[in-house]
Ligand binder design. Sequence first.
Ligand code: KIV
Length: 296
Amino acid sequence: MDKANVNDFRRWKREGQPFATLTAYDAPSARMCAAAEIPLILVGDSVSNVVLGYDDTRPVTMDEMIHHTKAVRRGAPQTFVVGDLPFMSYQVSPEEAVVNAGRFVKECRVDAVKLEGGSAVVPAIERIVAAGIPVMGHLGLLPQTAAMQQGGMRVQGTDAEAAITLVAEAKALVAAGIFAVVLECIPQELAKIITAEIPVPTIGIGAGPDCDGQILVLHDMLGIESGYQPRFVRRYAEIEDAMVAAMRSYARDVQERGFPNEKESFHMPDEELSRFGEKRGIRETGGTRDGGTNSE
Ligand code: KIV
């Protein structure tokens, strides 16, 4: 598959062709996304809680995001990669926002950056876009500030006034120059209207089936997550169960001396084994041989 670009996402919107996107945080998962022909990978700040073990997305730093995004780029050199600007990397000033967006491009070769918020982040978006870096917006539930400003992780835009505000904010982000916007946890009726009324693709997570694209957190959809699961997550596999079962089998094999076996071990050549024994003044005996050599 050819690498997608911002024009492809717009074309898919115009053609009514929905597209699936995913988060990834390291090289192997990025490589698997590429193998599955996922056209866009978001290195989400959800790495903070999903991978780094923090309670929410706020603690992850710009340096940590760079570290993970570099790994994703190495794993998927031919995929459109979006770097997620972490909490407090773009709120202080548009200048700081563009410096951090620029770090993602220069150090990780991302294709775009994402940031959360409505009209408050318009100056930052304008500054980053003016520097030539594509920006993805993020409206609805805003995980970086949800606990402080949105009453926790809950559906947004459920009353008429809030819905009107969200439509206006989506249009303000478009005017500022975004190429796409994530709509998180909003009623599907509202997502449908925003999708119809803006020219850039909407990418939904908990926003119903009418968005131009969808995104899921990789570990949620693969079932590598035993904690709370939002209702919008569909689990396509139970990888955590499979991994724990594999670890148990390995531990049992080791305890029963079933691992490693003959094929998984190496031997000294007979001659060296006897010389070794002579040097130690005892007769060394080898194990069962299958003709394997040390270099295999
Ligand atoms: O960080 C993240 O994983 C995200 C997605 C929920 C869109 O922002």
